[in-house]
Each structure stands twice: as structure tokens, then as C-alpha cells.
Design a protein around this ligand. Structure first.
Ligand SMILES: Nc1ncnc2c1ncn2[C@@H]1O[C@H](COP(=O)(O)OP(=O)(O)O)[C@@H](O)[C@H]1O
Ligand SMILES: O=C(CO)[C@@H](O)[C@H](O)COP(=O)(O)O
Length: 458
């Protein structure tokens, strides 16, 4: 049996899967936590990789890493980080995003140049922040990597760094349309030329370790999930991890001058327009903590309350928000009374998360011009019974939930198997088992949410 490893170096942890390259069957799975916060020492991810892959690496022929998108890993000429990695969900560079957009000629010109209108998530805005707030660190920066590139290079043990078009398209210095770096934009962001990783196709081996392990290009986590789920045009994936995401595959690049939809490339030769929110699974985590319950009890409470939570509505932009672009936002609760119950509080939190994701699906449909034929739901919080039960009601459509699994890591494993085979198309693996949930739509919940969303302006 030929074995490959797929890795997900995500916001909260590293997950590693040992997978049969021919069938896609997952044989073993391990994980290790990441340092917490939105600005972290990236070497913590290397330690997590070492722990999560221990005992698996020796048995595999190839490996690939899917990683949280956008994070800035700025290195000096000795390959040491000049600063903590600033992550996709750190909003400190929101003003820098506006400055860069203006320098590029406005939102439409920016979307045309790099596929997306910049927000604080994009790597280039973090480089500009470094230039203006940590000039010594910026001056020492010779090379800029993305989180997954940094882990891949650790696996190889040095050498020329590499990445792929999918993750590169989230930097703000890559042209999705032309499929090429825009080194001029990286230079404009940080103030001097920097070395960028070589771009490698998913079907190629990027490097080979001293022990003979083949390392594929790797990609962004959302691109890896698309590869695992074998997405086709018309499918929409909703992912509920630290970030909330709605994404779809298109054959042509997408450019949205309003900035709601980012025009990413995927890990094949197609495109992955995507809407991302900063607040997702943590909305439920916060609610569980405040109520003093675990995930299952939160679900039980939420399902025991009526639709609309007796008039209680939450705008869940707790940590600032990216879509809509409200970097300074905090959460807002409306409709609390002395009759409000614990059940209502749980229900309102679940409905808020789903309404935010329903907005994301609507943005995606409006920009791609197609309504979803199928909605797939993955990510840590997709296993929550209240999320599964209420998602079809809030989205107004059936929702298909693949069997619980690490789909980013599985997509990375499929890329590793693809690079090993060197074929024009990825290996054909059996479709993942899934269950479809249906419910009567509850449009009044979305109407109440939209009123609150549009009433608040920060
Ligand atoms: N049953 C559940 N109900 C709600 N949230 C859950 C459940 N299981 C896991 N989560 C949440 O999912 C998140 C982790 O999901 P994951 O997709 O691995 O995130 P990331 O990729 O951002 O690291 C955590 O915030 C965790 O609390
Ligand atoms: O910023 C984005 C997408 O543009 C996020 O989706 C990150 O890629 C982090 O993903 P998770 O760790 O939450 O899965």
C-alpha cells in the first residue's frame, strides 16, 4: 500500500492524516495544539507539526501541507522570524489595507490587480504595518512566506521555499488572473524587494527530504478542503472553524469590487471565490463558556428554544469582522428581557452564526451569478447537532454534511498522492460519505438579523 500524509496547519491546531494514496482511506490521525492569539511565534507551528506527524512520516512516500491562509511569516537572512506571524484574523492592519487600495487606484483596480479588494487579512497589509510600526524588523526582512510554506520548508529541512497558486492568491501580491507573483506589490508594501517562494503545481513534487519523502506544493486550507470534497461548479462549501467560510469552484476568475468576495485561485487550475468571516466557531465557544455548558448541552438548549429565540437577536462580530468589513466591531445583543431564558441565549448564538454564514452564501451567489445547487458543511462546528439541524432552516436549502473528518488534511493528502502520481488530474478517490439535512425555512430569523446588522454601523 502506498501511503501519503496530509497536514492541516490551521489556526488552532495541526492535524496530520496517514492516508492510502490509492483509495483515500484514512488510516491514522493525530493532532497538536497551536499557540493562541492572532499574533504568534510561527516556530510553534513547527513544534506542533513535529508532534502531530510523529510516527507517521517514516511510513509515507509523500506529504503535503494545507495551512491557514494569509498569515505573514517574515524572515531575516538567517531564516529567523523578524516578528511574530500576524494571522488572517488580526485586524491591526485595516488602515494599511485602505492605504494600499488607494495606492493601487481604488477598490476596482485593486480587485483587478490581485483578484480581491484588500482587507486586514491579506499578507501585504501586514507587511505595510510592519514597515510603519516595526521599521527595524521590516528592514531585516529578506523573505516572506505563508504559514503552509513555512511548515513545508521545515519538513524539507531548508532549501528554496515553495508555495502554490491557491495560497499565493491570498497575499495581495499575486495576480489571480495572470497566475503570477506581483513582486512590485510586495515591495511597495514593505518598502524594499523581498524574496517570494517558487510557485509549484499540485501535480509536481516540490522537493525531496534527505530520507526520500516527497513534498508537494501544499496550499491554503480552503483550497485543500475543496480538493478533498472534489468540488464541482454549483457546489458551495460552508466551513465553520475559527473562520466562517462560504466558497465555490469556478472555471473563470472572479473579481468583486465591493470586496465581499475574494477572488482566490484554487489548488488545480480553476478558481475559488470565497467569503470569509472572522467570527464563527468561537461564537459558540463564547456562548458555551458564558452558559457554563459543553457543545452538546449548548445544542440541546438551542434546540429547546423556539425559532427566533423569543425576539433575541445577536450580531456576532465579537472580534471585529471582515465580511462585512467592520474591523473595529464588537458583538451586539438586542431583545433581552427579564423573560429571556438560557435556551433563548443558546438559540440566539446559533442563529447568529448561521445568519452570518447565510449572508456569506448570498454574497457568493450574487458575485458568481449562480445560486448553489448543493451546500456542503464542514469544519469543527459542523458536527454540532444544533448547527446541523438549524442550518437548512436559516439557509433556506438542504445542507449536506460530510461524515466528521479533517477535510483540509485529506485534501492535502490528495495533493500529495497527485504529486506522487504525476498525472494531469488528481487521483479519483471514492466520494466522502455524507448526510443531508432538510428543514422548513425560517426567513423571519434572517430578517431580524438583517435589521440589527444594518442598524449597527461599526
Ligand atoms: N461539537 C461542536 N460544536 C461546536 N463547536 C465545535 C464542536 N466541535 C468543535 N468545535 C469548534 O470547532 C473549532 C475547531 O474547528 P477547526 O475546523 O478545527 O478550526 P480551525 O481549522 O480554525 O483550527 C473550535 O473552535 C471548536 O470549539
Ligand atoms: O482567512 C481565511 C480565508 O480567507 C481563513 O479561512 C483562514 O484560512 C483560516 O482558516 P481556519 O483556520 O479558520 O480554517
Amino acid at each position: 500500500m502506498t501511503l501519503v500524509i496530509g497536514v492541516d496547519s490551521s489556526t488552532q491546531s495541526t492535524k496530520a492524516l496517514l492516508v492510502d494514496a490509492d483509495s483515500g482511506a484514512v488510516l491514522e490521525s493525530q493532532h497538536a495544539p497551536h499557540p493562541t492569539g492572532t499574533s504568534v511565534d510561527p516556530r510553534g507551528w513547527l513544534d506542533a507539526f513535529d508532534k502531530a506527524s510523529a510516527g507517521l512520516v517514516e511510513r509515507a512516500e509523500a506529504i503535503a501541507v494545507g495551512g491557514q491562509q494569509h498569515g505573514m511569516v517574515a524572515l531575516d537572512d538567517a531564516d529567523s522570524p523578524v516578528h511574530d506571524a500576524i494571522l488572517w484574523n488580526d485586524t491591526r492592519s485595516s488602515q494599511e489595507a485602505l492605504d494600499l487600495i488607494e495606492e493601487m487606484g481604488g477598490p476596482a483596480a485593486c480587485a483587478e490587480a490581485v483578484g480581491s479588494v484588500l482587507v486586514a487579512s491579506f499578507t501585504s497589509t501586514k507587511l505595510r504595518w510592519l514597515r510603519d510600526h516595526e521599521p527595524d524588523a521590516a528592514a531585516r526582512t529578506t523573505r516572506v512566506l505563508l504559514p503552509h510554506d513555512y511548515v513545508s520548508r521545515h519538513i524539507v529541512g531548508g532549501g528554496d521555499p515553495f508555495t502554490d497558486r491557491g495560497d499565493a492568491s491570498g497575499t495581495g501580491y499575486f495576480s489571480t488572473r495572470d497566475d503570477a507573483w506581483r513582486p512590485d506589490l510586495a515591495e511597495a508594501a514593505i518598502g524594499h524587494p523581498v524574496e517570494l517562494p517558487r510557485i509549484v503545481a499540485s501535480s509536481e513534487v516540490a522537493a525531496v527530504t534527505a530520507s526520500g519523502l516527497k513534498v508537494a506544493a501544499g496550499t491554503g486550507d480552503n483550497m485543500a478542503a475543496a480538493l478533498a470534497l472534489d468540488l464541482k461548479p454549483g457546489d458551495v462549501v460552508v466551513s465553520i472553524g475559527t473562520s466562517g467560510v462560504a466558497s465555490a469552484i469556478t472555471n473563470e476568475p472572479v473579481s468583486d469590487p465591493t470586496g465581499s468576495v475574494t477572488g482566490f485561485a484554487d489548488a488545480t487550475s480553476r478558481f475559488l471565490p470565497l467569503v470569509a468571516t472572522i467570527n464563527a466557531a468561537r461564537i459558540l465557544e463564547l456562548q458555551s463558556t458564558l452558559l457554563g455548558v459543553d457543545h452538546d448541552e449548548l445544542a440541546r438548549l438551542a434546540l429547546a428554544a423556539p425559532s427566533g429565540a423569543n425576539g433575541l437577536t445577536v450580531l456576532p462580530y465579537y472580534d471585529g469582522e471582515r465580511t462585512p468589513s467592520r474591523p473595529d466591531a464588537t458583538g451586539t445583543w438586542a431583545g433581552l428581557t427579564t423573560a429571556t431564558t438560557r435556551e433563548d441565549l443558546a438559540r440566539a448564538a446559533v442563529e447568529a452564526l448561521l445568519c452570518s454564514l447565510a449572508d456569506a452564501i448570498d454574497h457568493l451567489s450574487a458575485t458568481t451569478g449562480t445560486s448553489p445547487k448543493r451546500i456542503l458543511m464542514v469544519g469543527g462546528a459542523a458536527s454540532n447537532p444544533a448547527i446541523r439541524t438549524l442550518a437548512p432552516a436559516i439557509f433556506g436549502r438542504p445542507v449536506t454534511v460530510p461524515a466528521p473528518g479533517e477535510y483540509v488534511a485529506l485534501g492535502a493528502a490528495r495533493q500529495a498522492a497527485w504529486a506522487l502520481a504525476g498525472t494531469p488530474e488528481p487521483p479519483a478517490w471514492a466520494p466522502v460519505a455524507s448526510e443531508t439535512y432538510e428543514a422548513e425555512p425560517t426567513p423571519l430569523v434572517r430578517e431580524a438579523y438583517a435589521l440589527l446588522r444594518d442598524r449597527e454601523t461599526i
